[in-house]
Write a protein that binds this ligand. Structure first.
Ligand code: NAG
Ligand code: NAG
Ligand code: NAG
Ligand code: NAG
Length: 315
């Protein structure tokens, strides 16, 4: 008896092999790009958890917005494959400018990989199931260890209306149901779903133009840096072995903060009015968003501890 995971992958492989004939027509026409088309689930996780940033496109062959995205994504996969990290790093926190931030990334340039997931094929798996419609573009940062789970940063935008996602047509919903049936039959296949990458990934909510995508990548990289910085600040200030200007400033800021809920509300108010009046410059806005994210993380940690303690009290 074949291991059920293997069997499922094997079935997918056969299914895909029969598709290949049509898909290859593109390559024949010379439209080659550097987008890695996922064929089996392991390929997805290999890329999602490697040392590069990965831009993932989730699509279906029928959706028209997906067709529009394809050439843009293809071009970018050839032309936009690395970024100079130093231009993206934030360096102002708590009203203070730092010139010497911890170096979490080993190099000055980061690489961007491109990956495409056809959700007619992977519809039964969590990587696709979590989306309400297609296309979706997601940026997955490299797998770096953090000791805590950091709240995701939601940009406060003046206008975050997404352009229309299409609803699944009837036949696809039926297809997905059949897929789910197979998934249950080979129960154990859900072990393949390791969604831990989703904690650090970001979903595009703006325009899918080339400019929009580039901006999204830059924002995503600096947001990931902030995630590592928050972990660094919270972790090192507790463990006491690191003492530098950044940790000192952080401790000072926390010490003068007072109630965290009140502080977070103040920040949100400042952001709102500042944005409405167009009075915030980018550095200040970024600083405030960072503070908000850091406070949300701290509040989350305290809340978890409170729940844990009250559960212990009941014993
Ligand atoms: C940052 O500076 C502004 C303006 O000087 C001040 O209103 C604000 O309270 C400061 N924020 C922090 C966290 O020190
Ligand atoms: C990361 O990107 C570089 C440059 O594009 C590439 O050579 C390398 O193979 C990628 N790393 C992995 C693990 O895919
Ligand atoms: C992340 O943590 C795991 C387990 O603690 C360890 O084996 C691995 O080397 C760490 N990776 C990095 C990049 O620090
Ligand atoms: C700090 O990080 C290290 C390594 O990831 C971890 O072992 C330690 O528990 C963390 N400390 C705190 C206070 O989170």
């Amino acid at each position: 008896m074949l291991n059920p995971n293997l069997r499922l992958n094997w079935l997918l492989f056969l299914f895909l092999a029969s598709f290949n004939f049509f898909v290859n027509a593109d390559a024949v026409n010379g439209v080659r790009d550097n987008v890695k088309e996922v064929r089996i689930l392991h390929e997805f996780y290999d890329k999602a958890n490697n040392n590069n940033f990965t831009l993932v496109k989730y699509y279906t062959t029928w959706c028209s917005h997906c067709k529009k995205l394809k050439p843009i994504f293809g071009t970018m996969s050839k032309e936009h494959t690395s970024l100079d990290i130093e231009t993206l790093l934030p360096n102002t926190f708590f009203n203070k400018t730092f010139f010497d931030l911890p170096n979490f990334f080993n190099t000055k340039t980061i690489n961007i990989d491109y990956m495409a997931v056809e959700c007619e094929i992977f519809g039964a798996f969590e990587i696709c199931k979590r989306w309400p419609g297609y296309p979706v573009v997601e940026l997955i940062p490299p797998k770096t260890n953090t000791s805590i789970s950091i709240s995701t940063s939601k940009e406060m935008t003046e206008n975050s209306a997404q352009d229309d996602e299409e609803e699944d047509p009837m036949w696809l919903r039926v297809f997905t149901k059949i897929d789910k049936f197979f998934e249950r039959m080979f129960s154990g296949s859900s072990d393949l779903d390791d969604m831990s990458f989703a904690e650090r990934s970001l979903e595009l909510s703006g325009s899918r133009s080339e400019t929009g995508l580039k901006e999204f990548i830059s924002k995503g990289v600096s947001s990931d840096y902030e995630r590592l910085l928050i972990d660094y600040l919270i972790n090192r200030s507790v463990d006491g072995t690191v003492n530098n200007e950044i940790i000192d400033t952080y401790k000072n800021w926390i010490g003068n903060l007072g109630n965290k809920f009140v502080a977070v509300n103040e920040i949100i108010k400042t952001l709102k009015t500042g944005i409405e009046l167009g009075e915030l410059d980018d550095d200040v806005k970024r600083d405030l968003l960072f503070q908000k994210r850091l406070l949300s993380t701290l509040i989350g940690i305290e809340e978890q501890e409170r729940i844990k303690n009250s559960a212990l009290d009941e014993l």
